[in-house]
Design a protein around this ligand. Sequence first.
Ligand code: SF4
Length: 609
Amino acid sequence: MFGWTVFFLNLDLTKSKAIPEQYDEALALNFLGGRGFAAKILWDRIKQGTDPLSTENKIVFAAGPLTAIGLPNSGKLVVASKSPLTGGYGDGNIGSWAAVHLRKAGYDALIVEGKAEKPTYVHIKDKTVEFLDASDLWGLSSIEAEAQLRKTHGRLAGIVSIGQGGENQVKFATVVSQEGRSGGRPGMGAVMGSKKLKAIVIEGRTPIPLADPDGMKKLAAEGYGEVLSKPLYAFWKRQGTMSTVEWSQENSALPTRNYKEAVFEKAEDIGGFAMEKIKVSNRGCPQCNMTCGNVVKDSEGNNSELDYENVTMLGSNIGLGNLAQIASLNRLADEFGLDSISLGNVIGFALEASEKGLIKEKIGWADFEKIKQLINDVANRRGLGAVLAEGVRAAAKTVGNDSSDWAMHVKGLEVSAYDCHLAPGMALAYGTNSIGAHHKDAWVITWEIKVGRASYDPIKVDNLIETQLIRGGLFEALTVCRFPYNSLGFELEWYQRYLKAATGKDFSMEQLNLISERILTLIRAFWVREYGKNWGRILDVPPVRWFNEPLTEGASKGSKLDLGKYNSMLDAYYAKKGWDQMGVPKQSTMKRLGLSQEARQIEEYHNSS
Ligand code: SF4
């Protein structure tokens, strides 16, 4: 078979054993790779009810069939597991040389299980696998650990690691690579920590067998050229996603003080043009010529990589308008291996709780020193930090009063950086996203604002479903970056051409959409299976604040979501997806997608099919 290595590598940390596994070719054709492989592996190999932080949980690192063959924007891997934060399916993608080396070592995925007796890191060099002592690395930040590992294994190795947040099983700890590329928002770093796995180092040197190697070389060069030729390319290189700060401010979508407001009085100070004044360089994922990481010097003189999400969540959402200080908080998040979105969200929650006198700690908005200390306390699970380390849903249960109404999450995953008081389509995107309230699968808000943001028109449901198939299905399964398509207008046909040269197979857009639908439906089934009798459509509804508390500032003053109309959109969404009124995929839908066996396992949760 061309394009896929057709092998997984199973790593049993309890027994220090590595077992290669040849997988069935049908798996590749039905699930492609990345998120597709991860969802199928987790469905098949984790028992319902598994404690995410137990030895029985597994963590998967999976690349796609376009990784490691020299294509633009393809140096990514998906890290996935049952989430300790949400209790459902969790994943994230990371731009890392580990993705490239994994494939060149001859594997499409690593499946890690068990728990090491002492801190361990795994070194994979082609077909040799070693389980090595990481006692000296335990307690180091992800950045320090990676630097140490580079001294031992060389600067070209692919490395993923965790910081102290992962070691201490903070529920939103991430997996980090290359000083600032991190992924796995719903606690994938905590799962690694629970297994005493500090890092994975991979060195692979074998080229991937391709159907048309010469054609692929030409195509890759053309692909890079096409990206470069896009009119928006030059500005993207200057600011990456940072220009979204100004856009969100103009359009009342900028999370401000725990999403109470959607405009921030210091937006200009933290926007793309302000960032350009302190920018020192670009950084990016492997094999990318768009390099969107904006490296700046933080207030302590360290490098920190800024983007829209981390600047907003650690800036306007906590009332902070000083970009160098925001960069310092972001650097801390990367060092500790904490998700900067969830971190900014739980801090915003804590500051509001403090303002309302619901907790004893007195911390004001934008109080940089105290917030810095709080981040340290989260990573080390001390005092209030220990409460926040459980995520905002659990923290609200501890704080009590009405705080669940303004704990900003869906299914336990903290909302990312778009306020939805006046964006019902984006609210539905958060409500129905595969891992909880994340924007990655469907960033529909810019389109929504163009077509009429206040409306609940069914066209928004259609657009959302289409976008989720492309971004949450296709791109995540291929493990390619969404930004060329999303931000520069790089056409989808390119991926069909890439697939043809890599695998020799013609994939029509209909076939690719069907694969995406299969993956997203299986993920939904995973949630239903895990939540069991606790499953309900309320889990697809965004936070109460957006429905009950209108904005009081800016051009969208007075706006809030309408729950009845939101529910009508949700009904339409379920109907179009072939799910029942509780959001459970119908048996007929699962069978149509070739998921008959999986359908039987969730049969008891249906109420209408
Ligand atoms: S555009 Fe940014 S996120 Fe995408 S591959 Fe390049 S550096 Fe990574």
